[in-house]
Design a protein. Structure first.
Lengths: 713, 272
């Protein structure tokens, strides 16, 4: 019965084949496996024990495989099967009782695969087995990539790619080296040595060419790949490096501020200054618009999300002319795994898709649980989370570096166009809010100057609906004020927003957002000031948003009945849930490279020039040494040897090189030389070659002349 | 590898891991490179072949090849088997008798990554024709001669030994006197001693066997000093001519084809 080509191909690929004798191939595969193992272990997989076992055991296993390759491996396979069973039992013991979150399986699975790789390395006698090892190293590096959240993985991936491609090239050359090869005319290398050299010699160029080709193709494919998505997430990571209880009442705690985010009884907020360069005064109970500070570019967290969004921290509701206060004093402890955040049932414009965000904290910070608006579930590495009425979430434990939690939001399914059409269905602006909320979110201090209210009326006079009024205010602010981090403080007693709108006209996010909130409130639209972080810069390689301390931001949230609270900010694009196209993997690539390349182009150019100069010097030196050696070799050769060299060169030029073992006499006969004078010349050369005395100079000159005539002919 | 790429793609979409996307692009890039690069290598590959003038079926024959490394070549017509392309000498074992001006070369490569094999055949013109003679099958009976040796041949004289002379013709007394190897010189026979007619018509296998036996018979006859003529058919017509060396036998039988033979009517012919 004939089999299909596919079945034949699979059988052919799985044929065991002879043992692989090439050490170069084994070394290349070993390097790929070790690099992949290192990349996996670097993601906090296992501990020092597993690291030692991997880095010692795998090379030993490869060496054993090479030595044992010609012998039957039945008993080895039995021992490996026993080892595999033990590894599986260990894995089952690790994961028992932790199956409610798939994320908890990631590290034990990675450990199990690493042990499998180690055991497999003891039984890789043939080229096919080495190919399997290479594929399993691909899986290992993939595990490392899935778990990695930093750009440092790029080095591991690059080194692994070079080792992997080198292994493929060397395997291909090894397969060809099993076939006979032409013997060059002047070859003095033994067939065995030639066979060994074929595996390594000259492989550098194909490896380099392959790497460049693969890199170019991969980069091209990357430009059209869709972005990573977490819409159908299977894992919801949540980890705490150390559980340290900081409060039991749900109050805000911010160790980066002098006052820990609290305020003393006198109401003096001057001790709320940041004590860490990445601290932000807005993550506290009060937000003083007179406070000045500039958080630096420390990366405070990385966020895995399919789309950019503002990462909301908390909101403020009461304005007193100088500072905002969050007045909600009744945080509720919500327990569960995951924690289910209370949501409004009357909101109609709710997206059917979950928006999953995983936060990887890099620095200690406030006990605020950040997340996109409308959080629905929180996977938090503690028994519960405190939730306030405005959606603010706080933890009872300190959020240190390396803490991880996941928030699932169900954002309002709106776009700018949809909101414009929403006006046809608008209700009373405060519909859906409780009396307490109406009071808080329409609050205006008595000290607010009338001109602020008048300005709001004037700017929005020709806009009948909320979204139009909102955009009109944003437009006016953009046209009539300037963004500046060096905004002057208002005089004592003057309202900060009034000073910004009518006198300084210089301000940053806090002044701008506060102005928007107060102007909307004066028109009867509930609004509140919210602080958090902008989405941060997207790292196109990791797919994570890298949020810096300088991304701390304040913006306005505006109530849209039946829609919910929506964020608006004239200073930054606040992305709506349904706005924009499907994200691509290349999003942010240009800005990312621009920022990094501009910082390294200069030094790279300088370094490149130095390297080029060194390389050129090296090449010239090598070439000079080669010329000198050749000349020395020529000088050492005897007259007869040089005569033979010239004869060989002449014959090669006419396409008839001398065969191995062919004497000069036979060779010239094959070339058709019958001149008796040349026969005499041959006698002279043979005498010079095989006797201890050099023929006299006239005879040698005669022989040289005869050769010259032959060459001319 | 494509399956792995699909798996990692699924992982990147469900876990949000950006590096998984990078890995997918790398795997796909490797697959594409593994598919395209061998085609480029093969597209630029060629092989030139330089052979000696003659060879024999079943006997190692060194040929010069000059081709691109990374490619596996096979010159089945000359009995080479797969070998690595390059520049130098390769030993082939011809399996077919005949005169070859061209040969079919099959080139294949999966270089540099060894993932996909591309193949191509081309006809290569040899720089000179090669004549492959049949494998020699030694005859089991003594070679027939038209004239039995009685020891009364006309001896015309003696002369110095030249390579090829039969040892039985050495004149030992003269050799001892002159201290140089000397042989008897006989009068040339008035007519050929042995004509071997090589009929290659009919079954191909049987015809090749006849050619091989003819070669063995002719060599044996030459060894005993007979004058041998081969009657063969060549593309230009029947040829009956003397052969005086192994090389001439080889070349005549290499050129022989199935066809009519020309034999003088007064010859006593023995068909092998």
């Amino acid at each position: 019965m004939s089999t299909s080509p596919l079945v034949r191909g699979i059988k052919e690929a799985n044929k065991k084949g002879p043992p692989e004798d090439s050490i170069a191939v084994r070394v290349a595969v070993l390097c790929a496996v070790l690099i992949a193992a290192r990349a996996t272990l670097a993601q906090d997989i296992g501990g020092p024990g597993l690291t030692l076992v991997a880095f010692v055991g795998i090379p030993v296993a490869f060496a054993f495989s090479h030595v044992w390759r010609h012998r039957p491996g039945f008993f080895v396979k039995v021992l490996l099967a026993i080892g595999m069973l033990l590894a599986v039992f260990h894995f089952v013991g690790q994961v028992r009782g932790t199956l409610e979150n798939v994320a908890t399986l990631q590290r034990p699975l990675a450990e199990l695969f690493l042990l499998t790789q180690l055991l497999h390395s003891f039984d890789v006698p043939s080229r096919r087995d080495l190919r399997f090892s290479l594929v399993s190293s691909l899986t290992l590096i993939g595990i490392g990539g899935v778990l990695s959240i930093s750009g440092s993985f790029a080095l591991d991936l690059t080194l692994w790619a070079i080792a992997g491609l080198a292994a493929l090239v060397l395997m291909d050359r090894s397969e060809r080296a099993e076939l006979p090869s032409p013997i060059p005319a002047d070859d003095k290398v033994s067939p065995l040595r030639r066979s060994m050299l074929m595996n390594v010699g000259g492989a550098a160029l194909p490896i380099a060419a392959s790497f460049l080709a693969v890199a170019a193709l991969a980069a091209s494919i990357f430009l059209v790949m869709p972005a990573t998505g977490t819409a159908r997430a299977l894992t919801f990571p949540a980890e705490l490096p150390e559980r340290r209880q900081i409060n039991t009442e749900g109050e805000i705690e911010n160790p980066t501020l002098a006052g820990n985010g609290q305020i003393d009884q006198s109401g003096d907020t001057s001790n709320n200054e940041p004590i860490a360069a990445y601290g932000y005064t807005g993550f506290s109970k009060f937000l003083d618009l007179n406070a000045r500070g500039e958080p630096d570019d420390t990366i405070v967290m990385r966020v895995r999300a399919s789309k950019p969004a503002f990462w909301r921290g908390q909101s403020f509701d009461v304005w007193d002319g100088r500072q905002w206060t969050a007045t909600d004093e009744t945080p509720k402890l919500m327990r569960g795994s995951p924690v289910r955040v209370p949501t409004r049932d009357d909101l109609l414009w709710r997206s059917g898709e979950d928006f999953v965000q995983t936060f990887y904290l890099r620095t200690p910070g406030p006990n605020l649980v950040f997340g996109a608006d409308q959080p629905r579930e929180v996977y938090f590495p503690d028994t519960g989370v405190f939730v306030l009425s405005d959606g603010t979430m706080r933890s009872a434990v300190a959020l240190e570096a390396d803490a991880v939690y996941t928030v699932v939001s169900q954002r309002a399914s709106v776009s700018e166009t949809a909101l414009a059409g929403w006006a046809n269905f608008t209700k009373v602006p405060t519909d859906g809010l409780s009396d307490d909320e109406i009071e808080r979110y329409l609050q205006l201090p008595d000290t607010l100057p009338q001109r602020v209210r008048d300005l709001a009326e004037e700017v929005t006079a020709d806009q009948p609906h909320l979204i139009g009024k909102l955009r009109a205010i944003e437009g006016w602010l953009g046209a009539n004020t300037e963004y500046s981090l060096a905004a002057p403080r208002p005089p004592r007693g003057q309202d900060g927003v009034d000073h910004y709108l009518f006198e300084s006209k210089l301000g940053f996010c806090e002044q701008i957002a506060s102005s928007l909130v107060l102007m909307l409130r004066s028109l009867g639209f509930p609004a509140r000031l919210t602080v958090g972080y902008t989405s941060g810069e997207r790292n196109p390689l990791t797919g994570l948003f890298e949020v810096k301390a300088s991304d701390a931001h304040a913006w306005a949230e505006v109530w849209f009945p039946t829609v919910g609270w929506l964020s608006f900010d004239p200073t930054a694009d606040v992305p709506f849930a349904d706005d924009g196209r499907e994200p691509q993997a290349r999003d942010g690539l240009g800005e990312y490279l621009n920022r990094r390349v501009s910082g390294i182009v200069g030094p790279a150019l300088e370094g490149g020039l130095v390297v080029a100069a060194l390389a050129a010097t090296g090449f010239i030196a090598i070439a000079a040494i080669r010329v000198l050696r050749r000349q020395q070799a020529l000088r050492r050769r005897s007259w007869a040897e040089r005569w033979h060299d010239d004869l060989d060169a002449a014959g090669k030029r006419i396409g008839r090189p001398r065969l191995p073992g062919e004497t000069a006499r036979d060779y010239t006969g094959a070339l058709g030389v019958t001149d008796p004078e040349f026969s005499q010349a041959l006698k002279t050369v043979e005498a010079a070659a095989f006797s201890t005395e050099l023929p006299p100079e006239p005879e040698r000159a005669h022989a040289d002349e005869a050769l010259r005539r032959l060459v001319r002919r | 590898m494509v399956l792995l790429a699909g798996a990692f793609f699924g992982i990147s979409r469900t876990s949000g891991a950006g590096w998984a996307t990078v890995l997918v692009t790398g795997i796909l890039g490797t697959c594409v490179a593994g598919f395209i690069l061998p085609a480029i290598v093969l597209g630029r590959a060629g092989l030139s072949v330089s052979t000696p003038r003659e060879g024999t079926v079943g006997t190692l024959l060194p040929i010069e090849v000059d081709g691109r490394t990374g490619v596996i070549a096979d010159i089945a017509e000359l009995g080479s088997g797969p070998f690595q392309s390059g520049k130098g000498t390769i030993n082939v074992t011809p399996s077919r008798r005949g005169v070859f001006d061209q040969c079919k070369v099959e080139l294949r490569t999966s270089a540099p990554l060894g993932l996909v094999v591309w193949k191509r055949s081309q006809r290569v013109t040899l720089d000179r024709s090669i004549e492959i003679g049949p494998k020699v099958i030694a005859s089991t009976a003594p070679p027939p001669t038209a004239r039995q040796s009685t020891g009364d041949e006309d001896v015309r004289g003696v002369r110095a030994y030249t390579p090829g002379d039969a040892m039985r013709a050495v004149h030992w007394p003269a050799t001892a006197r002159t201290a140089e190897l000397t042989v008897r010189q006989y009068d040339a026979p008035s007519q050929p001693e042995l004509v071997i007619a090589v009929d290659l018509t009919g079954d191909r296998g049987a015809a090749e066997a006849r050619a091989s036996r003819a070669a063995g018979l002719a060599l044996d006859a030459l060894d005993v000093g007979s004058v041998v003529l081969l009657a063969t058919s060549e593309p230009n017509g029947p040829v009956t001519a003397q052969v005086a060396s192994r090389s001439e036998i080889n070349r005549r039988l290499a050129r022989a084809i199935a066809g009519p033979l020309q034999i003088a009517p007064d010859c006593k012919v023995i068909e092998p």
